[in-house]
Write a new protein. Sequence first.
Length: 365
Amino acid sequence: MTDTPPTAASGGLSYKDAGVDIDAGEALVEAIKPLAKSTARPGVASGLGGFGAMFDLKAAGFADPVLVAGTDGVGTKLKVAISAGRHDTVGIDLVAMCVNDLVVQGAEPLFFLDYYATGHLDVAAGRDIVAGIAEGCRQAGCALIGGETAEMPGMYGDGDYDLAGFAVGAAERDAILTGAGVRAGDAVLGLASSGLHSNGFSLVRRVVQVAGLDYAAPAPFDPGRTLGEALLEPTRIYVKPCLAALRAGGPGGVRALAHITGGGLVDNIPRVLPDGLAARLDAAAWDLPPVFAWLAEAGGIAPGEMARTFNCGIGMVVVVDPAAVDAVTAALAAAGETVTAIGRIEDRAGGPAVPIDNVGAAWGG
């Protein structure tokens, strides 16, 4: 015997019966419209809610622009946010991971779009997430001009969600930064990170599990906050300070920028180095922040693994012409950055692209 299919006369099935609440989606759109409006900047030529968004490069002040685009996510840091029940900072992470990748090419972020997917739409959590995205956009000076919210029952577990971000920026054609001008003898400056940023969280979560800790417990490295709150410290957005440094250094002053994300110091700095050059760093030049020291000890993580997994306290690297170091350092400090001279560029001579001196003494192991 088979069930009788529902019919219109019997009431039938609705989209809501299948797990998708269109009303909740519309409620979220209305809730986030003021958030998106708060990120408006010159060049925005459309409002939120249309089929597409428009941006006017001429109105943004560009004469001969080259577009620079990037996309990224927050990774398994979202699992910490979900476990801790705190969703108000991961949106900042989402923006940061995208716009920090744009500015290393000398580009000013112009607009941002987000993709938020979940099994069941929680309007309050969704608004917290988008509020974080709007805050990140304000910090970066870019506009939140659109996005997509997808409710997909059966694809995600209860309470789970994923985020992706898409950023577009522009730079004048003659100001694109590629790293081609890096020379032996250039100074390497490091800008302090705010913490873990958004990389290595699969390993972080494993350490938390091995240590038998709960995200609601006091953080071993920061007893004034819960472990969840401390680990969710949002990624620092370096856009405005780096743009200021580019202006202060003058043509050729800032040779290259490297955003220290997945792959850590070891894998990201070589992305902006010409063949035959290396960035020699001194781990003793900066203090390893407590969260990294705790991870290394609690997880028994070797210094080399730390350097290729985490930012280890340096979220952005700036390669500078020695003659411009003072001007660039002053501009970065005036913009609120903690700037440290962490190394120099030298001939590679067949060795590693990022040799790190004093790492055992400074980081343990």
